[in-house]
Design a protein around this ligand. Sequence first.
Ligand code: PLP
Length: 399
Amino acid sequence: LGWWDRIKPAPRDPITGVTEAFLADPHPNKINLGVGAYRDDEGKPVVLQCVREAEAKIGGSEFLESISAGVSSKLVEESVKLVYGKDSNVIREGRFAGVQALSGTGACRLFAEFQNRFFPESHIYLPDPTWSNHHNIWRDAHVPQRTFRYYNRDSKGLNFQALLDDVKNAPDGSFFLLHPCAHNPTGVDPDEDQWREISHQFKVKNHFPFFDMAYQGFASGDLDIDAKAIRIFVEDGHVTGCAQSFAKNMGLYGHRVGCLSVLCSDTKQVVAIKSQLQQIARAMYSSPPVHGVLLVSTILSNPDIKSLWVREIKVMMNRIQRIRAALRDSLEKLGSPFNWEHITKQVGMFCFSGLTPNHVDQLAKEFHVYMTRDGRISLAGVTSGNLSYLANAIHQVTC
Ligand code: PLP
């Protein structure tokens, strides 16, 4: 037997598999609703103007060495302000252990390794459903996982009571992963009162909330409003963790820029936690690439460029809002007997459409429209140009 004969191919990733099928289809009207990357109304990827301006500022300034601690700490310092608020006690007192991470995925992975190393008996509770890669990340970090109920298939909204029951029934002191805004894949977020209640129950149960914030700004169009859930938990005195990604809200997918922050009770803990996180990162990938970090820290620390970024987030989200309204409207005008209210009620980049795996297969085969089999539509893939074709295709397969 050869060295590799016993190794079988890994199962296809449900998200990257969609893009592969899309690329292999030669049809001129094909639509890719699989990837969660922002596109403009012509279906083209966007380089934000704030990124171009930061690029012009940093051109030629980087050294071909691993990143200096100064640049890295600027990134962390500015990133955490986005999460906890620039005037928050956490920031003022420096009560966070923050490290730069390889985008949102890397931040989650670092935290999962940390959890495994120091809480080897603990589980991670993931929402059902969640971004499929969460399952892979905690699996590969050898942390056993459980799920908690989140989504109500009938209302296509939050299953709040079931969520609370699962929070109450988990063993005291459990780790929970929460999406603070623009939940992927459902587009369903708790409202403010519900977050307060969840935070209260977490307090009662002494659970640890780990926030995976991959879409700050993409739920409401406003960075502070989208951080509200985390700030409620912090106000309530929780120790929290947060993974941040700049992939979506700065359109820097390929640069892999992110941040992991873990709140602590005092500065002694900060030193311990930060050095442990750095040690884990050191053995996994040593240090992250320089260029994206310079871009993000330049944008965040320069007031003019930062306000340009804030405006550009609004522009992106306004387009998505318009598409939501237009898609719902088109389906209703076609005389669809189904209720499509959830298209405009859900938030963020995705619509959890309620289309079944059969519908999804039929859309691909007959209409060259591609999405994940859970019926998640990435609204970024919908444009003024393909909207009526898409609405018609959805109408045909559902009626
Ligand atoms: N977390 C969630 C919920 C996501 O949807 C994604 C991306 O799809 C990520 C994390 C990680 O994204 P990235 O590693 O590209 O920052």
